[in-house]
Design a binder for this molecule. Structure first.
Ligand code: 13P
Length: 254
C-alpha cells in the first residue's frame, strides 16, 4: 500500500561505533514519532552494521532496516557477496536496488537487476528500486523516455503481486550529492509520469498504491516543499541521513 516513507541510504560511510552512535541519536530524537500518522522510516547502513543497527532501531513500529544491495543468487560460491536471504535473516525488510551508483560503478544492468529483484522478493524483502536520468539526458529533453525505459525494462516484468511489494525512488543523477536538488515541480512532473506508466503497465489502482520517493540532495530545508507534492510520497536520503537532527527534521516534514 502507498505510504509516507523516508529511507536513509548511508552508502559507504561511517565506522561501526559511529553507526551505532548515529542510530542512537536518531532513536532519541525520533523515537517518540511512533504516532499513527508517522511515516515509515527505513535505515540502510552498510552490510557489516546491519544487525547491530537493527538492534538499536527505535522501538516504534514505523522504523525498519534496509540494505543497500544484494546478490542475485540465494547462496553458493560467490566470495564476498551477500544474499537477500542473509539480509532477511538479520532483520532486513527492504533492499535498495538499481541505485545509479551501482548502475554506473558496478555495471548493473536491467537483466542483472531483474535477477536481483526476483531474489529480493523471494526472500520476502521489499525492493526500493531506483530510476533517474543524467544531466546529459535531461538537457537533451529525453528524461521521460529514459525513465520510461528504465521502468519497462527494469521493473514492469514483475507480476502484479510482485510489483505490489516495490517502492520506487526517482533519483536524478545530477541531483545526487551535488547540492543541486530537483525543484518540487521537476520532481512532481517525473513522479506523475512514473505513476502514469504504472497505470499503463498494471492498472490504475496499482498506480495509486505505489510509494514513489524522491532522492537527490533532499535535506532538512527542502523536504517539506518536496513532500508537499501530490505524487511525492517521501524521500531516499543520502548525505542528510548521516546527521541525526537533519534526518529527524526530514522525517517530520510531511
Ligand atoms: P544525497 O541525498 O546525498 O544527494 O544522495 C541521494 C541518494 O543517492 C540516496 O540514495
Amino acid at each position: 500500500m502507498r505510504q509516507k516513507l523516508v529511507a536513509g541510504n548511508w552508502k559507504m560511510n561511517l565506522t561501526y561505533p559511529e553507526a551505532l552512535a548515529l542510530v542512537g541519536e536518531i532513536a532519541s530524537l525520533a523515537g517518540e514519532s511512533g504516532a499513527a500518522n508517522a511515516p515509515t522510516v527505513v535505515i540502510c547502513p552498510p552490510f557489516p552494521f546491519l544487525h547491530g543497527v537493527g538492534q538499536q532501531l527505535p522501538q516504534a513500529s514505523n522504523f525498519h532496516l534496509g540494505a543497500q544491495n544484494c546478490h542475485q543468487k540465494e547462496s553458493g560460491a560467490f566470495t564476498g557477496e551477500v544474499s537477500a536471504k542473509m539480509l532477511a535473516s538479520v532483520g532486513c525488510e527492504y533492499v535498495i536496488l538499481g541505485h545509479s551508483e551501482r548502475r554506473q560503478y558496478f555495471r548493473e544492468d536491467d537483466e542483472l537487476l531483474g535477477q536481483k529483484l526476483k531474489a529480493a522478493l523471494a526472500a520476502g524483502l521489499k525492493p526500493i528500486f531506483c530510476v533517474g536520468e543524467s544531466l546529459e539526458t535531461r538537457e537533451a529533453d529525453e528524461t521521460f523516455s529514459y525513465i520510461g525505459k528504465q521502468l519497462t525494462d527494469g521493473l514492469f516484468h514483475l507480476s502484479n503481486e510482485e510489483f505490489a511489494q516495490v517502492v520506487i525512488a526517482y533519483e536524478p543523477i545530477w541531483a545526487i550529492g551535488t547540492g543541486r536538488t530537483a525543484t518540487s515541480a521537476q520532481a512532481q512532473e517525473v513522479h506523475a509520469f512514473i505513476r502514469e506508466q504504472i497505470a499503463r503497465a498494471y492498472d490504475a489502482q496499482a498506480a495509486l498504491d505505489t510509494t514513489i520517493l524522491y532522492g537527490g540532495s533532499a535535506n532538512a530545508q527542502n523536504a517539506k516543499e518536496l513532500f508537499s507534492q501530490p505524487d511525492v510520497d517521501g524521500g531516499l536520503i543520502g548525505g542528510a541521513a548521516l546527521k541525526a537532527a537533519d534526518f529527524t527534521t526530514i522525517i517530520r516534514s510531511f
